[in-house]
Design a protein around this ligand. Structure first.
Ligand SMILES: Nc1ncnc2c1ncn2[C@@H]1O[C@H](COP(=O)(O)OP(=O)(O)OP(=O)(O)O)[C@@H](O)[C@H]1O
Length: 293
């Protein structure tokens, strides 16, 4: 697939005077100066600390919030599905009635077999009312509704947070298989790196209301080098983070040319990359090809 499914340009969201400020941002700005492109067909991990602006970005992409400045372009409401953190469902409806409502609201493209499979795989009784379901069971119903809509873009805000590890593994597998089969673009926020690592091929790291890293995960990892060894001058490389213990240096760099020095070098893991960037707010932003305009 080609072309971006989401394009953001100078995107900013301010909730109101003095409220909702992302750390390091001006008062009221939850998100600011965000410019990126997400190519279609990717499964994108949206990561960042609490209050970074992830939910705000997803709600802007879903068209549920209006930007205060800049713009975000993507599929219209009828071509995307958004599963919010609180997963709003009608508590008085049964599981079956909820799915029937989904079918009525999405005539012509409702995938009833997928919806049924997702709920039955979780052992849910279709006659149970939503209000009697556990948090994790509600998540399953919300994901069944979202997938059966056959969206071009699926926006998931911490979708697996209240699922037990087995259910998370099973549902994540079902989600990824479904997205791959239908070429669905997915953006998924999560604090659980292990959940994202195997499933996602693209990354957006949001911190303090800004995009710090964006692009294909393989490219972002390959653009960084983890060095360990004696303390020595790291010029001309770009240093993301460096720490010394006695005479021992550990650093994450973006190499400018060959790395010649007394160090051992390795490609960082995703966790090492993210932690180094989050510990170093001054590290320069990196948007690799495929993420930027
Ligand atoms: N409706 C709102 N009104 C005012 N401020 C808000 C509102 N929603 C979010 N904010 C603020 O905007 C900033 C970004 O919040 P957001 O929920 O987007 O972060 P997040 O990265 O999703 O956080 P978390 O990981 O904790 O879910 C925070 O400072 C938050 O307090």
């Amino acid at each position: 697939m080609t072309g971006p499914v989401i394009e953001a340009e100078g995107l900013g969201k301010r909730y109101g005077r003095g409220r909702g400020q992302a750390q390091g941002q001006g008062r009221g700005w939850a998100l600011r100066d965000c410019s990126f492109q997400l190519p279609a067909g990717r499964v994108c991990a949206l990561v960042g600390p609490n209050g970074a602006g992830k939910s705000t970005l997803l709600a802007l992409a879903a068209g549920l919030l209006r930007p205060t400045e800049g713009a975000i372009r993507g599929p219209g409401r009828d071509r995307l599905a958004y599963v919010a953190q609180d997963k709003p469902l009608y508590p008085q409806l049964t599981v079956d009635e909820t799915l029937r409502m989904g079918a009525e609201l999405n005539p012509g493209r409702w995938d009833a077999a997928t919806a049924r499979r997702i709920v039955t795989d979780g052992g849910l009784d279709p006659t149970t009312r939503v209000r009697a379901l556990s948090g994790g069971q509600r998540t399953r119903v919300a994901l069944a509704l979202a997938l059966a809509k056959r969206p071009e873009l699926l926006l998931l805000d911490e979708p697996m947070a209240d699922l037990d590890p087995l259910a998370r593994h099973q549902l994540m597998g079902a989600l990824m298989a479904d997205a791959a089969e239908h070429g669905t673009s997915v953006v998924m926020s999560s604090h659980i790196l292990t959940e994202l690592e195997g499933a996602c091929d693209h990354l957006l790291l949001v911190d303090g209301g800004r995009i710090r890293l964006g692009g294909p995960i393989d490219d972002l990892l390959a653009a960084h080098t983890l060095l360990t060894g004696p303390v020595a001058d790291l010029a001309p490389h770009t240093v993301v983070e460096s720490r010394t213990t006695g005479r021992q240096l550990t650093a994450l760099i973006r190499a400018q040319g060959r790395v010649d020095g007394p160090w051992e070098t390795a490609e960082p893991t995703l966790e090492e990359l993210l932690l180094a960037h989050l510990r170093s707010p001054q590290a320069p932003t990196l948007l690799t090809e495929g993420a930027t305009a």
